[in-house]
Design a protein around this ligand. Structure first.
Ligand SMILES: *Cc1c(COP(=O)(O)O)cnc(C)c1O
Length: 228
């Protein structure tokens, strides 16, 4: 067992519990996803041995390779990377959650391709909070329309949103962006109902995200170390 992964997870869990307390969140209301892109299957195995059950991956082929090496484990797999429309089928077949849906075409394909023997695919819509043309994610003004068209898709369960603020904006900038996400989703809840997932916060900004209502944080570096 790699002690540093185990120790890192314990430290991250402590930070989450401390932030819940500091920002008046309910105890254990924030879940931890370990983001393992570029890491070998053995590192994921160590994370699972240390209590992690949610794993996030960005690159499809890399994720599928690791999944086949870890099929003996009970892992909840999250796809969090950009999605090309010709890659939706394996995503629909091999993941439990997708956090990076940012257009209807992708949602429709995932819905059509979700195998009948599996439960509906849990989906978050990726929100562009930095208003950069290059960044993926649906614009704030277009979220309500996308929610309205994704919600009726039977083989998907629309859970909430994912947002990734620009790190250059610093902690204050991230916190402001997370607040905007929270408010936007709260407004939508009054019309659309059950959007209970705010997927926001990474190694560098998870406290700010928890302060603004994150329900799941996606942590890579602070668990597995710096990526090459
Ligand atoms: C890589 C990645 C993370 C983890 O980022 P760290 O800064 O390493 O914690 C979280 N979310 C997404 C979408 C990522 O691509």
């Amino acid at each position: 067992m790699n002690e540093s992964i185990e120790l890192n997870i314990a430290k991250v869990q402590q930070r989450i519990r401390a932030a819940e307390k500091k920002y008046d969140r309910l105890p254990n209301s924030v879940a931890l996803m370990a983001v393992s892109k570029t890491r070998p299957a053995t590192a994921i195995r160590q994370a699972v041995a240390a209590g992690i059950s949610d794993i996030g991956e960005n690159y499809l082929q890399e994720a599928l390779d690791k999944q086949s090496q870890l099929s003996d484990l009970n892992i909840c797999w999250h796809f969090i990377g950009p999605i090309q429309s010709n890659k939706t089928r394996p995503i629909a077949e091999h993941f439990d959650w997708v956090h990076s849906v940012d257009r209807l075409k992708i949602a429709q394909r995932l819905n059509d391709q979700r195998p009948a023997h599996l439960p509906p695919l849990n989906v978050c819509l990726q929100l562009n909070v930095s208003n950069e043309d290059s960044k993926s994610g649906v614009a704030l003004e277009e979220l309500a329309a996308l929610v309205a068209s994704v919600a009726p898709l039977n083989n998907l369960t629309l859970k909430g949103v994912m947002a990734i603020p620009k790190p250059e904006d610093g902690t204050q900038g991230s916190r402001q962006a997370f607040k905007t996400v929270s408010r936007t989703v709260t407004k939508l809840q009054s019309t659309i109902g059950k959007l209970d997932t705010l997927s926001m916060g990474m190694s560098g900004d998870m406290e700010a995200a928890i302060a603004e209502g994150a329900t799941i944080v996606r942590v890579g570096t602070d668990i597995f170390g710096k990526r090459q």
